[in-house]
Design a protein around this ligand. Sequence first.
Ligand code: SF4
Length: 692
Amino acid sequence: MTTRVYLGDLRYNYSGVLANDCMPLGVAYMKAVMDHEDKGREIESRIFVYAEALLDAIKREPPDVLMLSNYVWNEALSHYCFRAAKAVNPDVLCVMGGPNISIEPHRQLAYLDKYRFVDVYALGEGDFLAHHIVQTFMEGGRTIKGLGRIGLPSSVFRNPEGQAAIDETKPRHKEVEDIPSPFLTGIQDEFFDGKLAPMIETNRGCPFTCTFCVQGTKYYSKIHNFSVDRIKEEITYIARRIKSHSPKMGTLRIADSNYGMYERDIEISGHIGLMQKEYGWPTFIDATTGKNKPERIIKSVEKMGGAMVLYQAVQSLDEDVLRKVKREAIKLEAYKALEVHMRGRGLRSVSDLILGLPGESLKTHLKGLHSLLDSNIHQMHNFQAMMLKGAELESIESRELFKFDTRFRVLPKNYGIYDEEKVFDVEEIIVATDTLPFDDYITCRKWHLTSSVFWNDGWFEQVVRFARHHGIRNSEWWGAMLPAMEGGNAEIRGFLDGFVAETKGELFPTPEAVIEFYSRPENFERLQAGAAGDNLMYRYRAIASFHLWDEICDAAMNATRKLLEERGVHTKVPGFDMFWRDFHAYTRHKHAHGREAAQILAPVKTRLGYDIEGWLASGNLDDPTPFKYPQMTDVVFKLSDHAHRELESALAVWTVHIRSLSKLVTRINVDCQIRQCTAEGVAAKQGSEVTA
Ligand code: SF4
């Protein structure tokens, strides 16, 4: 008799936008091991990523064992599916696994007491454990009681009396090469569906000990490597399959904690570079780069043709904060070295800061932001500290020590209706600590919006460059943008006020309160329309980038002009008024924007008195006079063929709805939104109006 096992790494697809677009990896490893170890062909296993497909299969061919992952983004969805499976077959063994469970044993036991439909919780890495659990279930006569009698290592399970029990956690399996590749075995083939992005792992574990991260726990401290040959083979396999089955998918995700930090990563990156030449993939690589060994990281990044952005996960620049979160082993000097190298090579860099970590205050946080800005960082991601179950920071001891005040909010796009039941996944974030009052938290969030709109992606890069040339520091320029929004026109103020109101409004005291609120039909409708419960930072960036660009551009240019005038620059630059008007128009039209795809993709024609493009390229930022056209000239702003193709594809996948655009702004190469500028040389009268 075969045992039917369903493995699921579920993601929501209800809103019309995939909440998580990674191919399943953890459950694919489990299936790969099961297929390999199951010599007697007693197990028939299948993987699911879409809940709708799993629920359908549960009804048509109920499984004997249902194994679902538990991440912060899919816990409730997995719970729902367990309940659905138990309703069809009460004897189904429901196994949950994944990092989203407390590290404290008494809370792990309490988990099974609270969720009676979970029979086993597999702790730690599940590749081999999943097969062991199925085998034990079969040995126990395919009953939950039988399994409880035998017991399980590295798991919370129910003893024959139905009480939660916990066994010793075994160390991780050192030889990851023993896990057959889920790509090379064809297990992942069905997930090349044009929506899911391939994700690989070149190693596992992290040598650092950050308390806010699951990988920072002792269990994950050793690094286990997959062989370079296997990784190269996997990448080649993926590149070919992408070309034949999902050619519009440009992304590769690398799940490593510190990609680029090891010598062998350079060779892997070189192989990715070869694939780019041969197959035109990947065009976008999502990876967290290492924290030390900057010279290796730089070599890696350079081998991948600009598809991978340097990702500096600094989290905080304050030594006291870093000590409190046990991150002091990560040297800030390494980041500085990276910045210098990247800047010299004209490569883009991204940093992460987390708001709400122990010891962080408004002052230290702003100091960190200023420091990053003045180091010419290209992009600053500002996250809120999340209470990740499985991380030390989430423990009761840490909560009390740092007086965390937390709130709950629905995870963007992580909701759906399944068989008429509304399901939501919820996250817990820190909104105040003993060093950060709630009001300061809100102030920091306003500054984060300022970074997201005015700094990240370099929409105003040339304007900042001009300002810097005239003695205005990056941080000073950036510091003028929030007041510009606060004192802006009604639309801009509405934009900022809307962000603040939603930032406060999205917070609830308990997970139950989140669910109760969004379950109400009127609120659920707003969720579906993208008017509530979305990733606010991305949504507001998308609004600024596509819908409100003209107003945002006006605010930035007017605030910059004020800063320049304070320094008397307007009196030093000949013909400043007309020059500034043209620079303003140039900045506005370089950026493709609009509310419809056709408008975003269309060229724009305007008339300029200055060859702004030529002037910027010349590097002479003192005097634009040599770049004045003899007469007003028609200038066309148009996306390059490549950018047009990329943006058109992205708009086709993600659509122009604001809830989709908020996803799109995180998925496209920023250069795709930059129009090229060409003078047509059509004569016009000096001083005539800009026509577009
Ligand atoms: S935050 Fe990064 S460096 Fe720190 S433990 Fe986690 S993966 Fe490692």
